[in-house]
Write a protein that binds this ligand. Structure first.
Ligand SMILES: [Zn+2]
Length: 255
């Protein structure tokens, strides 16, 4: 267990670890792992070398790739940890675990990464994150060609670590999420606006959001979104799942 102090940046003593999900070398990870689940990854060797060849999942070069992926995930996360370090002041951290979503079953396709507040346990200092396929793909391509990533990918983990700091608001928000009563759903909308807005602040302050460059633009955007959702609540006492998705769309793209 490590107690974070904002005075001293000490990332190497924080237990950050990553694991492929599923991992071919972990027998309990999945009963029947398919080669096809991995073949989308740049650098994965899925060649069929004939009957005598070993299973591609257990080839030495692919095993090295699994290690490389986990290392890349942790390295990028640690950079983010340094950037938002003061926000974690006084936090007790036992482990920060990254589940690397190989099959796309953990994350939606529009997501780059996620803070998994459901499986995290703040009382024990254990926090869980997911790294989605699309972000992993970018990280692997960049590690091969040496080019730089766009700002969005340089602020992704910062966004998710801010969600960690805001853990209990996500728990609160989830209470309202599944209601089909518009007035209840309205609470979810407002809380999500707050949660995603705060998490996206780092990206915003770095100049990443084109249509918000000052506080008055942020206020105007909030007011127009609020007017829209208030009209919906007044017009329709019940809200459908489709309408929920449409209304949350601007925020879903924030991850
Ligand atoms: Zn988010």
């Amino acid at each position: 267990m490590k107690k974070i102090s904002k005075e001293v940046i000490d990332v190497k003593n924080v237990n950050v670890n990553a694991c492929l999900h599923p991992h071919p070398l972990m027998p309990d990870s999945y009963a029947d792992i398919e080669v096809e689940w991995f073949s989308w990854m740049p650098g994965f060797d899925s060649r069929d070398l004939g009957d005598d060849d070993e299973e591609p999942l257990f080839r030495d070069n692919n095993i090295l790739l699994y290690d490389k992926i986990e290392e890349i995930a942790v390295d990028r996360f640690n950079i983010a940890l340094v950037n938002v370090w003061p926000l974690l002041d006084s936090y007790l951290i036992n482990s920060l675990h990254i589940s690397i979503d190989i099959t796309g079953m953990l994350c939606s396709s529009s997501t780059l990464a996620a803070y998994n507040y459901v499986d995290s346990n703040p009382q024990k200092g254990n926090y869980i994150f997911n790294l989605a396929q699309s972000y992993l793909y970018k990280l692997l391509v960049v590690s091969d060609n040496g080019k730089d990533l766009k700002l969005k990918y340089h602020t992704t983990w910062e966004h998710e670590i801010i969600h960690l700091v805001d853990h209990w608001e996500s728990v609160k928000s989830s209470v309202y999420r599944d209601s089909d009563l518009s007035t209840v759903y309205y609470n979810y909308y407002l809380l999500e606006y707050r949660i995603e807005g705060i998490a996206e602040l780092y990206y915003l302050l770095k100049g990443g959001i084109d249509d918000i460059k000052n506080i008055s633009q942020a206020k105007e955007k909030f007011q127009s979104n609020l007017d829209r959702i208030q009209k919906l609540v007044i017009d329709k006492p019940k809200i459908t799942s489709k309408k929920k998705i449409l209304n949350l769309k601007p925020m879903i793209f924030m991850n």
